[in-house]
Write a protein that binds this ligand. Structure first.
Ligand code: HEM
Length: 534
């Protein structure tokens, strides 16, 4: 009897195993040879399933791998069974700017992102097609030119603390400055966090001068790592509460606690009229100033305002905190660019002259920052979108909307497997089809100076494919804030100090999990006078 049972059990297990393998094989054969995306160029391995894609996510190599695939297969590549990656300027317009046959927005993949972070579903970043325009309209008041100009003095005060902080950090045990390397990755992170939180909440966490909240910044980049992993798994298998299942409890707790701190501070600001406008106060008072908007539902609920305050502190900090060290590092590695930019900056009579308007007189600095955003886009990975159900023609390729698994007739909407498309800013910006010498730091390519023969070989660069802040209705709302603050920081830093790399390490070579996992950037600080300006 036992023998019969054992036989039955092993036969059953074997049958299940064989059927699963046959099913898997059929699925692979279907995906590669019969799937509607079968004509899209790309490696067969990537067409089989999402597994190769997720393997790259796990290794932190997704952006780099996309770049390699585009170099090999051209501007359109099938990167997973149901996903296609693009890099061209036309693709940016079709996917992100609604310049497509139906003028439809390609939706974000809400399933993938939801649950991955505290309350992001109530923010601009994950707002549905119907909620997004309302939120964006209200919050864009806070990113107006006037707001930005009014915020500059606050930013300048934070930059002053940053400059004092790095000088102190360069001191040896006896307090003698310029003796020890400074970790610019850390210091730029502190500055970005203090500056953005002051802009959003009207209160800085003073991490530049106080070590109390610094642990959070560390946790933040670790959290991007987990959000990236969890969201990729969610695209493979549907798991509920994936974040808390997969994230180590201690890390999840640290992250949630700190967001609570931002949330608590934001909540205290809800009904306080601050002495100067902040993002929260502007977003809060905009509908009151225009009562007619209430009828059009142009307001943010308290819950939405708090969730957005958290999002913007988080999104604004880590992106700016990547662009700053990357630009400084690239300048330090390229002495002729460093010399040109310091000459431009030090042409000002005094550091006090470097203000909002002065930035217009620094075209070479702007070109250096732009070139750094090209080489080392702070958001390197793809910005995935769902192809509308009716399908769309993207760059001459018909990309169908959701298809049914194994092409069986759809019985239920849930049988539909969505098709995704995306552009990875890193792959678009490093493409040899777009840029001459794509891996070199050449700020001159952005200057378009016809009288300078050294720039003429870059005139054919396809600069429209370069969109580090994305494009269309969901592009980066903080891009002017970022460009202004980064240039102010770098110009005052390079006015006061010379900076040199303290290691031979290639700092740009680091993994990315949604954002780059930045490591220590050790640099030597010297007084500016040590450098000749000719
Ligand atoms: C160099 C710095 C920055 C870069 C490269 C950058 C890049 C981007 C990109 C590519 C997106 C689109 C994401 C997507 O479509 O999935 C985005 C969205 C966003 N960014 Fe930035 N960002 C930067 C700085 C900032 C700053 C300083 C803030 C705020 C203070 C900010 C706030 C946001 C917000 C709220 C969104 C969502 C916008 C929406 O969905 O309407 N970013 N950013």
């Amino acid at each position: 009897m036992n023998l019969i049972l054992a036989f039955d059990f092993s036969t059953l297990s074997l049958s299940i195993l064989i059927s699963s393998l046959v099913f898997l094989l059929c699925k692979i054969v279907y995906n590669v040879y019969f799937h509607p995306l079968r004509h899209i160029p790309g490696p067969k391995l990537y067409a089989t399933s999402r597994v190769p894609y997720i393997t790259n996510v796990l290794m932190g190599r997704l952006a780099v791998r996309f770049h390699e695939l585009h170099e090999q297969y051209g501007p359109v590549v099938r990167t997973a069974s149901n996903e296609v990656s693009f890099i061209s300027s036309d693709a940016w317009d079709t996917i992100y700017s609604r310049k497509n046959s139906s003028h439809q927005e390609f939706a974000k993949n809400y399933d993938k992102w939801n649950e991955t972070a505290n309350d992001f579903s109530h923010t601009l970043f994950l707002a549905s097609k119907s909620d997004h325009p309302r939120m964006r309209k209200i919050l864009s008041h806070a990113f107006s030119d006037k707001m930005l100009r009014d915020h500059v003095p606050i930013l300048q005060a934070a930059i002053g603390k940053f400059l004092d902080g790095i000088k102190a950090a360069s001191s040896d045990a006896n307090g003698k400055p310029y003796e020890s390397p400074v970790d610019f990755n850390l210091w730029f992170n502190l500055l970005a966090f203090d500056a953005v939180s002051d802009f959003v909440l009207g209160e800085s966490f003073h991490t530049l001068t106080n070590t109390r909240h610094r642990a959070w910044l560390n946790n933040l980049s670790k959290t991007w790592f987990f959000i990236s992993i969890v969201s990729s798994f969610k695209s493979l298998i549907k798991v509920k509460d994936a974040m808390s299942l997969l994230l180590p409890r201690k890390l999840l707790q640290a992250y949630v606690d700190q967001l609570k701190l931002v949330r608590k501070t934001a909540r205290e600001k809800l009904d306080v009229l601050p002495p100067r406008p902040t993002l929260m106060s502007v977003a809060r008072t905009a509908p009151k100033a225009r009562p007619e908007d209430r009828t059009k539902h142009l307001y943010l609920s308290d819950h939405e305002l708090l969730a957005n305050a958290e999002l913007i502190v988080t999104a604004g900090t880590d992106t700016s905190a990547t662009a700053l060290p990357a630009t400084l590092y690239l300048l330090a590695r390229n002495p002729s660019a460093m010399k040109k930019v310091t000459n431009e900056i030090r042409a000002f009579h005094s550091e006090d002259d470097i203000d909002f308007l002065a930035l217009n007189k620094m075209p070479y600095l702007t070109a250096c920052l732009t070139e750094s955003l090209r080489l080392y886009s702070p958001v390197p990975e793809g910005l995935p979108r769902v192809v509308p159900d009716a399908g769309e023609n993207i760059c001459g390729h018909w990309i169908p909307g959701g298809v049914c698994s194994l092409n069986l007739r759809l019985q239920h909407e849930t049988d539909r497997i969505q098709t995704f498309c995306q552009i990875s800013p890193f792959a678009a910006n490093r493409s040899s089809a777009h840029f001459t010498s794509p891996d070199s730091f050449i700020p001159e390519r952005w200057l378009h100076d016809d009288s300078d023969p050294s720039t003429s070989k870059y005139t054919n660069d396809k600069t429209h494919a370069f969109r580090p802040f994305s494009t269309g209705p969901r592009d980066c709302i903080g891009q002017n804030f970022a460009m202004t603050s980064i240039r102010l920081v770098l110009s005052r830093l390079l006015y006061r100090f010379d900076v040199e790399c303290a290691t031979e390490d290639d700092w740009l070579d680091q993994p990315a999990y949604l954002l780059w996992q930045r490591r220590t950037l050790a640099m030597r600080l010297l007084p500016a006078s040590a450098r000749t300006s000719t």
